[in-house]
Design a protein around this ligand. Sequence first.
Ligand code: GAL
Length: 944
Amino acid sequence: MKYKNQFYALIVLFLLSKMAFAQRETLSFDKGWQFHLGDIPFPIITGHGNSYMNAKAGQASGGAAPGFDDKNWRTLNLPHDWAIENPIDSSANLSQGYRNRGFGWYRRKFKIDAADRGKHFEIQFDGIATNATIWVNGTIVHRNWCGYTSSYIDITSLVQYDDNINTIAVRVDANQMEGWWYEGAGIYRHTWLIKRNAIHISTDGVFANPIKLADGSWQIPAEVSLANSGKNAVDVSIEMTVFDKQHKAVANSTSRQNIKALDEKVSKLNLPISNPKLWSFDEPNLYTVETKILQGDTIIDKVTTKCGFRTLRFDANTGFYLNDKPVKIKGTCNHQDHAGVGVAVPNALWKFRIEKLKEMGSNAYRCSHNPPAKEFLDACDSLGMMVMDENRNFNPTPEYVRQLEWLVRRDRNHPSVILWSVFNEEPMQASEQGYEMVRRMSEVVKKLDTTRPVTAAMNWGMFAPINVSLAVDLVGFNYNPQDFEAYHKQHPTFPLTSSEDGSTFMMRGEYVTDRKKATIDSYDTQVPGHGINNRDGWKAVDTKPYMAGCFVWTGFDYHGEPAPYEWPAASSNFGIMDICGFPKSAFYIRQAQWLENKNILELIPHWNWPADSIGKPIKVMALTNAESIKLFLNGKLISEKPVDKYEMVTWMVPYQPGKLEAIGYKSGKKVSASFVETTGDAVSLQLIPDRKSIDNNGTDAITVTVKALDAKGRAVPTANSQLDFKLKGDGEIIGLGNGNPNDHDGEKAIMPENRLASRKLYNGLAQVILQAKGGAVNPLQLTVKATGLKSATASIIIDKVQPIPSVPLFVSELNIEKWTLSKPSATRLDPTKEITDFERNNNWMSVKTGELQQLANNQYIIYNASFKPYPSQQTNGGQLILKNLTGKAEIWINRKLVGTKATAKAEDFVVKFPAYEWLYDLNVLIQADGAQKVGLGGAVKIVD
Ligand code: GAL
């Protein structure tokens, strides 16, 4: 019996602890938004009464008003980029990829359970391009003028509970630009609703970044920011535990804190850890930090963060050190868009892109020129990719300081982040103003994190008597390799890196530069005035020990900035990979330069030249880290040539169809081999998904590569057929691409039922991005067809995973939200009397449904509202449901009696309203039965 009781007690304790853990709910707010493309002009306010009300909280008008009719808007899920859905248009800005951006509106309704009253509610938009104005329940709650900065909005005081509807409205002005690259348009990152206990850990409130002390020991000097939105001061304890990969606790610390109502406090803890496994790009060991807040023995909040143990150091003479080992930074700069999806990049694509960069031998990524998505940094932590985290707006004034602080607070736990960059190529960089601005911005960073250097990417002016290089910890050179040496001599104690170089133009699979056809060759020769090719760029950095490394412009092509030709090109040509992540020849040059322990040999060009090329010399290049290469054509040795490790090696070979073969040697030993050969025409298609299965959480994505094959199954590098795709199963095609900057076909497969999505192959390749629906059961089956080619089908298995906790979808319904209430009267009030403008000032007050009014003996009140039902209800009429109507009541619409409630007790009351095209004026006259609390005790709903 004794044991049995103990057993039950344990179960109860277990359940209680589970309930306590449920205190914080992080709910995805991505699903079920109403979207309207274009602006919704605000109504022009005239008349005193309207002007008076318009100036009040909760009274926003037009698309921002809770009662606005959005029923016929498009319903979609976030992340969403409407610019990528727009066609390419020669009259639109080339910088933005010739895509019109314009305005858009999003609206989302939701309910909050009455049981949640007293909790803290925050909505989070991780990124909206570009200027956003956000309302909740008709009150403006935030303006975000940066397309790369999150909006964290405490809506606790504004939310309403139970049957009452909460409405979020977001107006996006994407005509505003912050860059000279494609920025997308709309709510393009994830959105969240966070429900927390009134006493809770603030957003980004855990700072737990390990440091190594001078004596070689490790510790986490942690900070926890706590907030109290409740009504009383509270004593809490804070408990932090660090777990290793096997979930073994390796450190623990506790602290106490008293937080007054509506106050914030920071608690400091210290966690020593012995012999941690270090984080590096080869072995990205991560630890988990669990931070719990307890009131008595009850856990009231819990946050889990990751951290990594690693040191970093930039030496003015010998460059960069990770964990005290010298490492050359082999980085790329990148914008944040991808083929088909624009900037609304699914999390899985971050992983896909980082893995491609790692395959190339890259160990670092510069988020040019803006803060990245947080999921991107999570992927860099776990895959092992170092990051230069870059701020967008160069400005030390309060609003921009807030943005910079947000960036550092959000990202400072990530072991992948090794540098803070405060700007890129700013015109004021060589002035006193620029120097003063950076000094201040660097200080903002230092107050929050002293463990990473602050840098700035300068492209000139480093020798000016006063310039920003004098105010940073690490000097970043954009291009200008001719000045590295002179600068290093002038400032021998300043650490230096190339923060940007490259900018080589290259189109995948093209080997002729032809202005008329807008093609650019892939021999690594085409650069703009400020640029440097992949070979010279690396040589300039690799041969100088004091240079920490490089960040090549760019790892991937991106929409916009279509240099050098502009139209018809709509995306860039700078990428080492194209916009789909298919390698260009620069990829193999980088592999040869960067992968020290792997033998690389790749031959360019392809060997499919037309008949009239026979006998004509073709430039052949071996991209290799071998010491010498023997080149054979159709089995005959052409020559053996030594390889310059920076320049690579080239031949001019008179063209003969057949097989061109290269063998690579190191110390006289064969280490690598490669060939290109003349293929037949394409006869069939092949589909290669990047994985076998996809999660059914509604957000996972998978890329599928399309190839054309000849009769012998060889990839045809010149195939350019038009492809048609069809998808069966529970999913959709969310993007199409092929890496050709000149191809204007749509990247979105938005198509009416049964129409096929279509895109061409470009030089033998195309990419399809698929997503499975949330809760999907049926496998995805993608079929591709092209005229004259054998079609192909790929099946992708559905992995059933836990659904992502989400804010429930809202079943479309309208509530009447805006009410005013008369003063109580001992005599019957006249519900047919019009309320004059000036009367509204003092005699009528705003009131919410759900709250009753105490009346004296048999007094009367009137609730007044105007409402506009959905168009179908305007045509056919509908019904009003007055929930919990309390007191005797008469319902009057447009001065006509439509219902009488004879009893005084609380009950749901239904009346019909007639068809009518204009605004309905509604009066609810209520009489108390004796002295009684009366009124609209619940929501008033408009239904069919
Ligand atoms: C750099 C700039 C980049 C990009 C690049 C193109 O000067 O920082 O954003 O425009 O040029 O070459």
